[in-house]
Unconditional design. Structure first.
Length: 133
């Protein structure tokens, strides 16, 4: 069995968070003022050691948020997204998923060249395969 694909997490976020703006995988659109993009993280997993069971996998992802030119509004949205993923526990397909944020707050990336504020989130998604019935 493979790990869950990124589009499942994108769709989960869109539905459960009720995200109303553009959402993508792997590529941010520079023409959009507000959008969110999901990436498979390039982080090297250092904590593989604690998992020695084939039914559990860790999927490291990065989420990039771009949210307009108003800093206060953008940082409030970033904090809401941080809270959404913080210690979240949910089921998807045949997996129990537990999300672990690597940082205690959104990572501020400043503004793009159009003045839209950007934030990122580093998340480990711990995927536990549930027993087949």
């Amino acid at each position: 069995k493979n790990v869950m694909l990124l589009d499942k997490y994108r769709d989960y976020f869109k539905e459960k968070y009720k995200w109303q703006h553009p959402i993508s995988i792997g590529k941010i659109d520079n023409n959009k003022e507000k959008m969110i993009t999901f990436y498979n993280s390039k982080r090297i997993m250092k904590n593989k050691g604690f998992i020695n069971n084939k039914k559990t996998k860790i999927k490291p992802i990065t989420i990039l948020l771009k949210y307009g030119t108003n800093y206060k509004e953008a940082s409030e949205e970033a904090n809401k997204i941080q809270e959404f993923w913080n210690f979240r526990n949910f089921n998807m397909d045949n997996y129990q998923i537990y999300s672990n944020l690597l940082y205690s707050e959104p990572i501020e990336l400043g503004a793009d060249d159009k003045g839209n504020y950007e934030f990122s989130f580093e998340i480990d998604l711990i995927e536990n395969e549930r027993k087949e019935n």
